[in-house]
Write a protein that binds this ligand. Sequence first.
Ligand code: FES
Length: 128
Amino acid sequence: MARAGMPRKFVFVCINERPEEHPRPSCIRRGSAGLFEAFREQTGAYGLVDIKVVASGCLEPCMVGPAVYVAPDDVWYGGVTVEDVPRIVEDHLRDDQPVEFLRISREEFELSPLAGRSDLPPGEIPPV
Ligand code: FES
């Protein structure tokens, strides 16, 4: 049981925005602001006071966004819509059963343009 004030899970919802002409997509252009609000509303509706919904910057799997990451479960979701939120809240956040069909596979995650960029000097991060 979670201690008072300590969230049992964190739900990171990417709300990163890039210019439309940027080569990498951004989750906010795929509706993640609505997702963030829907997660907040749905967790509240279920009284899940030990679930913390966090608006996040880029989480990395931009190509399959909108991206959502649930910690400490280490579960990644991609292509999430507002219609998917009640199921994630009920099955995963309330009942601890991740919604398998929305999970991002390792292959999908690595569609990221930054994957394999080990040639970059340490500390140098390409523009996101
Ligand atoms: S912009 Fe959302 S994961 Fe990168």
